[in-house]
Design a protein around this ligand. Structure first.
Ligand code: GDP
Length: 309
């Protein structure tokens, strides 16, 4: 993933490290290279502008403060700003799920059709049921997870979730296309309470585009379920489109975070770098494989490191 971006950025980093002095001209050259690398990676233009402006401002401070190794210090500035761009400014725990609700903690999954919602529901269920979840630096233990599909438009979607649930060994609550999504949700919540599930993950219908009816429906599910996490699942390979769709959802629904899927196929990386800035929501997980263990909690710092090569 991000091959080109990493290649270009590591070249800039190398050049910077080689500078004994930072001059107006070599700083400008470096900023131009960073700008081009980000644009080529399909990072949204306002994000690029903002980013370059912030690095530039801090670069001025570097010249004075760190005259011994200014190139190295400048690399540090780029690294820090990249980390912030991807959500570090939201605090250390922004990428963690908050499951500290009275059980069941409800997780509502939203997204367009094909984004990877059902797969991610399975991945998340696996991760939580195996005790992968970390909060405030500590594993929170294995969770008893129930999954249900409120996608009554595609019977195949319900079947798909059933298959995925069986693969990861979590309980699946059957639903039926003749039911109303709200009734499915109500029933699932009741079932989860009565059978003492820690977590209920509700997969929802995805449409081909954003439409009012879809928004109304998911909003109604949100009001009914009162989820502790509302995650928007989006396909990284859609680049800037992905970010725009995420923004439309963030404006319509109180999202708590974004899951970026198919990062393994995303050669550019623009969505991963823009989504936090454009939506104001933290990126919580990334999907890195079709397989059900292909989910990683998102760490801005590590991702910045990866980008810089
Ligand atoms: P939904 O319509 O949003 O529920 O999407 P699905 O969960 O059915 O996923 C659509 C396709 O994307 C399937 O073929 C998945 O295997 C694939 N997919 C989902 N997440 C990932 C990922 O992180 N990496 C890769 N390579 N494929 C993924």
């Amino acid at each position: 993933m991000f091959e080109n971006l990493t290649q270009r950025m590591s070249r800039v980093v190398k050049t910077m490290r080689g500078q004994a002095r930072l001059t107006e001209s070599n700083t400008q050259d470096m900023l131009r290279e960073v700008r081009l690398a980000l644009l080529e990676a399909d990072v949204a233009l306002p994000v690029v502008r903002d980013f370059v402006a912030r690095v530039k401002e801090k670069a001025l401070g570097v010249e004075v403060a760190d005259s011994l190794n200014p190139g190295q210090a400048l690399v540090g500035v780029v690294h820090q700003e990249l980390t912030n761009l991807m959500g570090a400014d939201l605090g250390d725990n922004a990428s963690e799920l908050s499951l500290a609700a009275q059980p069941p903690a409800v997780i509502l999954m939203a997204g367009l059709q094909g984004a990877g919602k059902t797969t991610t529901t399975g991945k998340l269920a696996k991760w939580l049921s195996e005790g992968g979840h970390i909060q405030h630096g500590r594993k929170t233990g294995k969770k008893k997870v129930l999954v249900v599909s409120a996608d009554v438009y595609r019977p195949a979607a319900i079947e798909q979730l059933k298959t995925v649930a069986a693969q990861v060994g979590v309980e699946f609550l059957p639903s039926d296309p003749s039911q109303k999504p709200a009734d499915i949700a109500r029933h699932a919540l009741d079932h989860a309470k009565r059978h003492h599930f820690d977590v209920l993950i509700v997969d929802t219908a995805g449409r081909l585009g954003i439409d009012e009816e879809m928004m109304r429906e998911i909003r109604a599910l949100y009001d009914l379920l009162n989820p502790i996490e509302t995650l928007f699942v989006v396909d990284a390979m859609q680049g800037q489109d992905a970010v725009n769709v995420a923004k439309a959802f963030a404006d319509a629904l109180p999202l708590t975070g974004v899951v970026l899927t198919k990062l393994d196929g995303d050669a550019r990386g623009g969505a991963a770098l823009s989504v936090r800035h454009v939506t104001g929501k933290p990126l919580k997980f990334v999907g890195v494989s079709e397989k059900l263990d292909g989910l990683e909690p998102f760490h801005p710092e590590r991702m910045a490191q990866r980008v810089l090569g």
